[in-house]
Ligand binder design. Sequence first.
Ligand code: XUL
Ligand code: CO
Length: 420
Amino acid sequence: MSTIKYRHYDAERIIQGRKMSDWLPFALAWWHALDAAGADQFGVATADKTHGLPYGSIALAKKKADVGFELMQKLGINYFCFHDRDLAPEGRDLAETNALVDEVSDYVLAKQKATGIACLWGTANMFSHPRYMNGAGSANSPDVFARAAASVKKALELTVKLGGRGYVFWGGREGYDTLWNTDTKFETENIATLMKAAVAYGRKIGFTGDFYIEPKPKEPTKHQYDFDAATTIGFLWQHGLDKDFKLNIEANHATLAGHTFRHELRTAADAGMLGSIDANTGDSLLGWDTDEFPYNVYDATECMYEVIKAGGLTGGFNFDAKNRRPSNTPEDIEYAFKMSIDTFALGLIKAAELIDDGRIDGFIADRYAGYNAGIGAKIRSGSVTLEELEAHALAQGNPPAPPSGRQEYLEDIINEILFG
Ligand code: XUL
Ligand code: CO
């Protein structure tokens, strides 16, 4: 139904046995597409997303829904992601805040029913309000902890109401700026307690989707507890949360952690926890979370290669991305989504070509072929002893010289598939 002419994205096209739209469930991030207006540490907004309505009003909240659904229909995007505070502003107290978001979510739900557009995931904003300056689940105050828990409860109810596939914890202020005032063990145990309570309540009210943690190493705190995929997986295993949680991997967060996007995707997939993706990019010359719309086809190809190998996502591709400050018109928002949707579609096409080509997979299979039989197979069984390995080492003489890793040959295959 999209009225945008894509160069590569074709929802119905079958790639590796599935429709492109099934490989790529794209989502609009309410906060960026409908709110972010270019304000940064150095200057005020450059775009006007108020539609002539008072900032923080219910009228504006509903207008944003109108604009958002119109944009998603135009782009052929089938999902959106939201924070509770993106939908409706804070009231004077919790009860009023909940009533406001009930009213706006009724309005959003009616639009979902009219358009067939669905919710990918919801989350609670536990980082903007000053009450969370010392954290939410990691707060030093049990009263703040309780308030955070109440907002998770409400955000879960909203996610169920809007049919969300997932529920995200991004630990906005869950971290520390100085260890001189912080008990890290205490704080991380409390975060786990909050997550366990969320799982218990979510399952009680019929939430069958995945919970996600979105790792990020820093910003706003100096050190965030969910530093990267490996750290987060360890935390989930340590606290018995691994059955209910997967990871939501964000490209810009991966690079902030000193990893590639692909490394984080692979690490999550290896643990069976690749759930969803926040599709964006940073800039190699800027060391912060710029949340740019992704355009790098190499990165998208690597991403889609990992996603195909992992069998797809239970979540989707949330464009947690905003226009650059000087790209400040409504058309710029459309260009941004169009460009990034085509980037991932091309990445999917090229990743599938790489897999069909078979040279990369064949090379990797050969590289480990020694493990298919004999002592190699015994090692793979996981039950080998040091005595058996020593016996093999003594009998074989010196091991043969290792074969080349052929990195440049393989990189040339990537270029050949991408550019001919
Ligand atoms: C912040 C970030 C968030 C989460 C949702 O860096 O990525 O927008 O995606 O809270
Ligand atoms: Co994100």
